[in-house]
Design a protein around this ligand. Structure first.
Ligand code: GUN
Length: 294
């Protein structure tokens, strides 16, 4: 049976360090500030935005939550981002994805001040990630995955890491991050996706399998080598009449069967999710320190 990788416990460790950094910033009269913009009323997005805002408050960060109606135009959203770019109390700006279809998301990301792009999605930050330039902001979920592995004493260097999914939020940046030339990376990377031939054959050669394709219970026992480490990035809502909320959360991995074969596995919820929020907080503090040179 696989060892369970406890994302909540590891996130709590991150917060211990972060609280110290925040106290130090405050002692210099600086309060890191994060603005989160939610356009529309996607229930999953609303839940994420709420937990980000709550965590900011718990840590004593300055938090602004902007909720805009689903009918918001592209230029209205652009105007809000530009205001926040100019606001010295705000060090991080996050526009929750996906926005409604009238919004050109790529153009909104380009309009962000890259120094405030705590999602790490701006082309300048993606380029810095590819170049291995540590002054950039790195996407939160990839950073969270890397930190989970490091804290769980799982050797990334030299390992074959297979990533399922090629999204801009997870698949591509986690590939760039874990192939970097440093001791917390140095992985051999393969990215597989919906068009890959011999998918199961490739995933079975993974020492570390990262599932991030957004399909409930996709990864089955036949995708996993004996003793592999499995990181489940998926957060899918499955209807469940027996649950109070009417749904339950499941990952991209069929947990019960895969846990019998893997050596370590992250649960959903309580695995990667809490780490993503912790890394967002960490990026906000990093952004605040960088612009103030402290
Ligand atoms: N939607 C799902 N994950 C993310 C994320 O990491 N950042 C943003 N902005 N939207 C998301």
């Amino acid at each position: 049976m696989a060892k369970l990788i406890d994302g909540r416990a590891i996130a709590d460790k991150v917060y211990v360090d972060l609280r110290r950094d925040i106290a130090e910033a405050k002692s210099r009269g600086l309060t890191p500030g994060l603005a989160v913009i939610l356009v529309g009323d996607n229930p999953a997005s609303r839940a994420y935005v709420r937990s980000k805002d709550k965590m900011c408050r718990e840590l004593g960060l300055y938090s602004v939550k902007l909720e805009m109606p689903a009918s918001t135009t592209h230029s209205e959203l652009l105007a809000r981002v530009e205001e926040l770019n100019r606001d010295p109390a705000i060090h991080g700006i996050l526009v929750q994805s996906p926005p409604p279809k009238q919004i050109d998301e790529a153009a909104i990301v380009r309009s962000l001040d890259p120094r405030k792009d705590v999602d790490g999605f701006h082309p300048e930050n993606i380029a810095k990630l590819a170049l291995g330039d540590p002054t950039g902001l790195v996407p939160c979920t990839p950073l969270g995955v890397q930190r989970l592995l490091i804290e769980s004493k799982i050797d990334i260097s030299g390992a074959h890491v297979v990533i399922l999914g090629r999204s801009m939020i997870v698949g591509k940046p986690v590939a760039l991050l874990l192939m970097q030339k440093n001791k917390n990376a140095n992985a051999t990377i393969t990215v597989v996706h919906s068009r890959s031939r011999n998918l199961a054959e490739i995933t079975r050669s993974a020492d570390i399998l990262i599932a991030a394709m957004g399909q409930a219970n996709f990864v089955k026992v036949e995708h996993v080598r004996d003793g592999a480490v499995v990181v489940d990035v998926g957060i899918n809502r499955l209807e469940d009449a027996a649950s109070e909320r009417g749904y339950r959360l499941v990952g991209d991995v069929a947990f019960d069967e895969v846990a019998r074969k893997a050596s370590a596995i992250t649960p959903v919820p309580g695995g990667v999710g809490p780490m993503t929020i912790a890394m967002l907080m960490s990026n906000t503090v990093k952004a605040c320190r960088a612009v103030n040179s402290v």
